[in-house]
Design a protein around this ligand. Structure first.
Ligand code: NAD
Length: 506
């Protein structure tokens, strides 16, 4: 039997490199310095971007501050805000192909998944538009005859949005429309690896009629752009998605000004497979969970915890499916797994695998680079590793590649203890036909999301985020929206009933 299914390069012309500029106060702005992105799959330059410095970032933050303080957006009605957000959603849908191709070229992910990501993001904008019109506070009419209390919800202010490379358009859409729906103004910094889809988003925002300065975009690196966005006194909140290491730096950097910080960080997400599970569906979900987005996914199901009675059968099923998953040219609509984001990251994935094997783990499949005919070597084999002990680095660290490790358990207590034996707590799943088993697991798993008999389903209505070192705060859903709101209590006396504190002589 052949080891893997590989799609060779397809014959197609790549678009010319995308030219990205900053968006500041409604104007497109160049920088003297630029940076290039070389496509991980095709090895050619696919974008050239203006490279932000300290001064550019200052200007962008200043523009967001001014726009917020003038009230052009922060004091606009919910109806006005929703109208713009709904227009953006329509424009996204009309631009899916252009954005998706660029995203695939910069990230290496399969074009079918880029199309799904970009097209699906429109729904986040529509949902956020509904929140812009329905947000409300509370009233307290029971404080006594002479008092009325009202709790107001207000936009938090200027928000820094810092995003990673693995879902550039989707993650921006998990944050931006919700911040805008709340009435905030923003500065966006996309990853230096995938800057272009944020610029394309900026084009759509202008076309939709978002007032100047409400959304500013600075392209560039963590230093100095992201760093200044995390420390600046005129920024009220930072919302960050990325690695746990950088999340910790942002928390430290923001502490001087005590700005609010929301963090969506890494994960080492387990799926528990019980002996009574529908093994065919579970094996398919595990395969999807590990290889989707080239395994470079915060929600990757990179830890499988399977009952020892069915472990051999289950591993055989996952290996058989893994051989059939289509690796290769990400521009081929048939491809399911594309390229690894950088050669350094590919080497890092391989180092985790080789270290585990040297420590006694068993390589069931894969375990090396995967050159693709007509393309470069920046691909990694579908890799399944068993005989993994919980203390191995490969069982604890976020490998962020097409690699799954398998551990076994005997009792549900043991499975839950393995599930929770992690610094991370983003998501967890269980497969069992017994609802009681599923519910017990769901209650005891330390994770922001628990899936039972499914994996990675999400909806704009449902909050997303992690516990432990997977983050703080929530994104999307009503809870995610509330992160961008400040709460103000308004206390009103009715009439002149208050007894004087000091007797006046006059
Ligand atoms: P990263 O932390 O290296 O970079 C993320 C962003 O932070 C980039 O824009 C980068 O330029 C910027 N940055 C770097 N240093 C900075 C600094 N000192 N101050 C401010 N900004 C700085 O992450 P990445 O490699 O782009 O993305 C992969 C990581 O993101 C993984 O750990 C993954 O799990 C995580 N992620 C989490 C979620 C989630 O929702 N929990 C979703 C997607 C990705």
């Amino acid at each position: 039997m052949k080891d893997f299914t590989v799609n060779a390069a397809i014959d197609c012309d790549l678009p010319p490199p995308f030219w990205g500029r900053h968006l500041i106060a409604g104007e497109w702005v160049d920088s003297a310095e630029t940076f290039e992105r070389v496509s991980p799959s095709h090895g050619t330059v696919v974008s050239v971007s203006a490279c932000g410095d300290h001064a550019t970032t200052e200007r962008a933050i200043g523009a967001a501050r001014t726009a917020f303080d003038t009230g052009v957006w922060s004091r606009a009605s919910g109806k006005e805000r929703a109208t713009v957000l709904l227009r953006v959603a329509d424009l996204i849908e009309a631009s899916v192909e252009r954005i998706a191709v660029q995203e695939t070229l910069e990230s290496g992910k399969p074009i079918s998944q880029s199309r799904g990501e970009v097209g699906g993001a429109a729904d986040l904008w529509r949902y956020a538009a509904s929140l812009a019109r329905t947000v409300h506070g509370d009233s307290h009419n029971t404080l006594g005859e002479d008092m009325l209390g009202v709790v107001l919800k207000e936009p938090i202010g200027v928000v820094s949005i810092i995003t990673p490379w693995n879902f550039p358009f989707w993650i921006l859409s998990q944050k931006l429309p919700f911040a805008l729906a709340a009435g905030c103004t923003v500065v966006v910094k996309p990853s230096e690896m995938t800057p272009s889809s944020a610029v394309m988003m900026g084009e759509l925002l202008l076309e939709a009629g978002l007032p100047s300065g409400v959304c500013n975009i600075v392209l560039g690196h963590g230093q100095p752009v992201g760093s200044l966005m995390s420390t600046h006194k005129d920024v009220d909140m930072v919302t960050f998605t990325g690695s746990t290491a950088v999340g910790k730096l942002i928390t430290q950097a923001s502490s001087d000004t005590l700005k609010k910080v929301a963090l969506e960080l890494g994960g080492k997400n387990p799926q528990v497979i019980c002996p009574d599970a529908d093994l065919e569906s579970a094996a398919d979900a595990v395969t999807f969970g590990v290889y989707f987005n080239v395994g470079q996914c915060c929600n990757a199901s990179s830890r499988i915890i399977v009952h020892e009675d069915i472990a051999a059968d289950f591993v055989a099923r996952v290996v058989a499916l893994s051989r059939k998953v289509k690796f290769g040219d990400p521009l081929d609509p048939d491809t399911q797994v594309g390229a690894i984001v950088t050669p350094e990251h590919n080497a890092k994935i391989d180092a985790y695998v080789q270290t585990a094997v040297a420590a006694g783990a068993t390589l069931e499949l894969g375990g090396g680079m995967l050159p693709v005919e007509g393309l470069g070597a920046q691909f990694y084999q579908p890799t399944v590793i068993s005989n993994v002990s919980p203390d191995m680095a490969i069982a604890r660290a976020e490998v962020f590649g097409p690699v799954v490790v398998v551990m076994t358990y005997r009792t549900l207590d043991e499975a839950i203890s393995l599930t929770n034996d992690s610094a991370y707590g983003l998501s967890a799943g269980i497969w069992s036909e017994n609802v009681h088993t599923c519910l017990e697991f769901a209650r005891r798993a330390e994770a922001g999301t628990v899936w039972t008999n499914t994996w990675m389903d999400g909806y704009p209505e449902l909050a997303f985020g992690g516990v432990k070192q997977s983050g703080q705060g929530r994104e999307i859903g009503r809870y995610g929206f509330e992160e961008f709101l400040e709460v103000k209590s308004l206390v009103m006396r009715i009439g002149r009933s208050r007894a004087p504190w000091v007797e006046s002589d006059v």
